[in-house]
Write a protein of this length. Structure first.
Length: 876
């Protein structure tokens, strides 16, 4: 029943729209041809029929750019309709998947969407998420960061949600008013144009939506995947209104729907409040198998996001600030190898290059693209976008390192750390060779020696050698320089043959029968057995959903005992190599059972320990020759707990290990696989096991004998975009097209780290971040020495504070720092920018000023609520 006094009649606000997947079962250019036809038709309708009042452009703006690229002459017309409110543009640049991009990428997506929509004449201030496969817990805070107080979404709800109107909030207190589109964005399909059929359709929608509504305004989404606008719509609405009893159809917009809801709800207490993510497949397909489909896309997304936000942006910013401060004393290093033309000296040119890199990356983040649930051609076209993003980001980052180095001490290794410090971690550098002598240590400016070892397998250019070393005490968001100490080569005798590695934290051995690792945690005395055991099962699902064959045939050990070798044994790192062969069923049979024929898949695991570093780093390489299967790494934790903790955007999400109870009416069977960012953790408060990763976004916490086992998905190999013949999902999720590329035949490399720890996840999350974000080192031959041997651009102090952006302001005027409190409790801290600034203020995510910052002695003081996100701007 309506919550408050409401109008007598129901108002059905019909919002015409299309859902424009930019690339999916067709690649981009094929859909774009249809997009041109779609816009031609839409603009024609708007021009001819003033009664066709409004059309909503699917909440994103890249489709307008795609049309204007072929029809630049239509720009003024589109701008006019956006200004007049007849077209709604934005707020997103692309409709992303929410789980798979980083939090910062979601912010940049909205930032770019706002910019493009603003240039067209205005932004639709509604967080419209028609199709993403589940809703992330922190989305309300991201939307509020853009001043967006209203949200429309579809997937992820279950029966615990009783109404289509509610407030959705995050731990920091941000909330948005949600209009849930029960029945989906395509509820109006197949969009009859005959009056009786249109009337029946409207009555049918009313019957479905009225029982869920708390306000007598119903949202009727009138559009679906790639459907054109209907010129008949105004006439159909007029004719149907003449027949409807107790209701009226209004051709309107999403903001209009919210205005009506807000007018009839007495304050925020009038509606239910919900907190947390929405990841149920009860009413609509959640499609959770996309977290692991085509894993290379997830790995490259992670690498590109890291490159832009951890390296290219902060280093280009720092180099620009130093250039300004040093003025005439700035030393521009001569161009390195290649063209003799210089890199850009103007910050604006660098910013323009990075803007292009972000566009390339965002083009790969629409839900059908990043999820890996499209045809092969669509995903093949993502590779060059990743490649080009990588080329730009790497070039900008390297050039900035070179320029910063040129102002610093000469003949030193510069180690850069993009995380809080001081940090001690393993790094690699290419340094000059000396005849008759080897590099034996790196020495910092306090004379402290950090022993190094030569890495023979990494062959640099003649006259150089690659060394690995533990770089100690590197400042946060800064660098530390080291001289190299050489010593005469001595015969070290036969290499040690030990089949164990250890440091002050752990001793690691290998169980040859399974290839898994046994770990003694020296600090707690805990013994972990069977870590990183590779377990392979069949998969009879498709790109969207995993489904085990019945019966499954698990392969959980190599065909013969693993071979173990000590391949690195130096003062900076010890590495065991485990080689083995998994004999896996070649594929599924036509009956969708695992075949008897097996193929041999070589596996190589490298396990490394370094002194002073409380992690066990793992690199797993596999040559995949099998189809229709899922390969996971298992980590028995020995911890008894009913929940797992996984890093998500701007915080950590706690999820039950047990599956929800479901029945045959559910659109999908519930699964235990969930999304993660850089780590998952299970703990009992006294001790725990964290598994960190680089771009492996799917995990499951399995309730096993002796405690919870964490499973991280490495490969999920399927041959179809969508199938109908498996029980874990009802109905198709897309067209039934073959996708041989999703079988992922060939070589794959996975990187993750095992972090046993005391206490809960807050004790270990920083180690996961350090694993996910290694330091970079560069030999600096010449430098003016104007900069000190170690320096920091940003100092950060405070429990649980995590920086996600350190970059030039969007308008070029100053420095922007974004950080959040990852803890489930309040925290306070301080931020200090080392380069000169005149004014510090809190800004929103659009970088518009909110309030002056609390500055004490040059430090910005911060008090943060749980999971609160803060954006700071320092004016020059
Ligand atoms: Zn879609």
């Amino acid at each position: 029943m309506p919550a408050t006094a409401a109008p007598d009649r129901w108002r059905l606000v019909l919002v015409p729209h299309t859902h424009w997947d930019r690339e999916w079962y067709f690649p981009y250019q094929r859909f774009r041809a249809r997009l041109a036809g779609f816009f031609d038709l839409l603009l024609d309708i708007l021009e001819r029929d003033p009664e066709y009042r409004h059309f909503m452009l699917d909440g994103h703006t890249i489709l307008v750019e795609d049309y204007l690229e072929v029809r630049p002459d239509r720009r003024a017309l589109i701008e006019r309709y956006v200004r007049e409110g007849r077209l709604a543009a934005g707020p997103w640049y692309v409709i992303p998947d929410e789980s798979l991009p980083s939090g910062e990428a979601l912010v940049r997506n909205l930032l770019r969407g706002h910019r493009v929509a603003q240039e067209l004449g205005g932004v639709m201030p509604v967080g419209y998420l028609p199709d993403p496969f589940g809703q992330i817990a922190h989305l309300p805070a991201i939307l509020r960061g853009f001043g967006i107080e209203r949200c429309v979404f579809w997937r992820g709800t279950d029966d615990s949600l009783k109404t289509t109107e509610f407030f959705w909030e995050t731990a920091d207190g941000s909330d948005v008013l949600v209009k849930h589109i029960a029945g989906g964005y395509g509820i109006g399909g197949p969009f009859p144009i005959e009056e009786d059929a249109f009337y029946d359709k409207i009555e049918d929608i009313r019957a479905r939506l009225q029982p869920l509504a708390r306000v007598r305004t119903l949202l009727v989404m009138w559009g679906s995947d790639h459907v054109p606008p209907q010129p008949e719509l105004p006439g159909l609405i007029r004719a149907t209104n003449a027949r409807l009893a107790g209701a009226e159809i209004v051709h309107g917009s999403l903001p209009q729907v919210f205005e009506e809801i807000e007018a009839h709800v007495a304050g925020p207490n009038g509606l239910p409040r919900r907190r947390g993510e929405f990841r149920s497949g009860q009413h609509a397909h959640l499609l959770p198998g996309v977290l692991s489909a085509r894993v290379w896309i997830k790995q490259r997304t992670f690498a590109c996001e890291q490159l832009l936000t951890r390296w290219a942006e902060p280093l280009a910013l720092w180099s620009g600030l130093l250039r300004r401060r040093l003025g005439e004393n700035w030393h521009e290093p001569p161009p390195p190898a290649g063209p003799t033309s210089p890199h850009p000296k103007e910050a604006q040119s660098e910013a323009g290059l990075l803007d292009r890199a972000w566009r390339l990356l965002l083009e790969n983040q629409p839900h059908d693209s990043i999820c890996g649930c499209s045809v092969d051609q669509t995903h093949d076209e993502m590779r060059p976008r990743f490649d080009q993003c990588d080329q730009i980001g790497d070039d900008v980052a390297y050039e900035a390192m070179r320029r910063i180095g040129a102002q610093g001490p000469a003949e030193r290794v510069h180690v850069f750390n993009p995380l809080p410090g001081p940090r001690t971690d393993y790094a690699k550098a290419v340094v000059p060779a000396q005849s008759g002598a080897e590099p034996v240590a790196l020495v910092d400016d306090h004379g402290k020696r950090w022993p190094c070892q030569r890495i023979a397998s990494a062959a640099p250019r003649p006259g150089r050698v690659t060394v690995g070393f533990v770089a100690g005490d590197v400042p946060g968001f800064g660098y530390q320089t080291y001289k190299i100490e050489y010593a005469a080569v001595t015969n070290t005798g036969r290499p040690p043959r030990a089949l164990a590695i250890e440091n002050e934290f752990f001793k690691v051995t290998v169980d040859r029968a399974t290839g898994a690792l046994n770990v003694l945690d020296k600090k707690t005395g805990a013994r972990h057995r069977g870590l990183n055991r590779l377990v392979d099962g069949g998969d009879r699902g498709d790109e969207y959903n995993y489904c085990a064959p019945d019966p499954d045939a698990l392969v959980d050990r190599p065909a013969a005992p693993a071979q173990v070798r000590l391949v690195e044994s130096g003062p900076a790192r010890q590495t065991l190599e485990v080689t083995m062969t998994y004999r896996l069923p070649a594929a599924l049979t036509p009956a969708r059972e695992r075949a008897r024929r097996v193929v041999s898949c070589p596996v190589r695991v490298l396990v490394s320990l370094s002194p002073g570093i409380p992690r066990i780093d793992v690199r797993t390489e596999i040559e995949n020759r099998a189809e229709d299967h899922r390969l996971r790494a298992h980590f028995p934790s020995g911890v008894r707990t009913e929940v797992s903790h996984a890093e998500q955007h701007f915080g950590v999400v706690t999820r039950p290990v047990a599956l929800p109870t479901s029945d045959r009416t559910w659109s999908e069977e519930p699964v235990g696989t969930h999304p993660q960012k850089t780590f998952v953790d299970v703990n009992d408060g006294k001790r725990g096991l964290m598994i960190a990763n680089k771009g492996l976004q799917e995990y499951e916490a399995l309730d096993a004998r002796g405690g919870v086992t964490v499973a991280v998905t490495l490969l999920r190999c399927v041959g179809w975009l969508s199938r109908m013949d498996f029980p874990s999902r009802k109905g198709h999720a897309g067209p039934p097209l073959a996708t041989p590329g999703a079988q992922l035949l060939g070589r794959h490399v996975f990187e993750y780290s095992i972090i046993p720890h005391a206490g809960g996840w807050p004790r270990a999350y920083a180690d996961a971040h350090r694993f996910a974000t290694p330091m970079r080192a560069r030999w600096n031959q010449s430098g003016t020495g104007q900069l000190p041997p170690s320096a920091s651009l940003l100092e950060l102090a405070g429990d649980g504070l995590v920086v996600t952006a350190l970059k030039r302001a969007e308008d070029g005027d100053g420095v922007v720092v974004r950080l959040y409190n990852t803890l489930d409790k309040k925290s306070s801290g301080r931020v200090r920018l080392a380069e000169p600034w005149s004014r510090a203020e809190l800004v929103d995510m659009k970088e518009d000023a909110l309030t002056p910052a609390d500055v004490v002695d040059g430090d910005v003081r911060l008090d943060l609520r749980p999971n609160q996100i803060v954006t700071l701007r320092f004016a020059p």
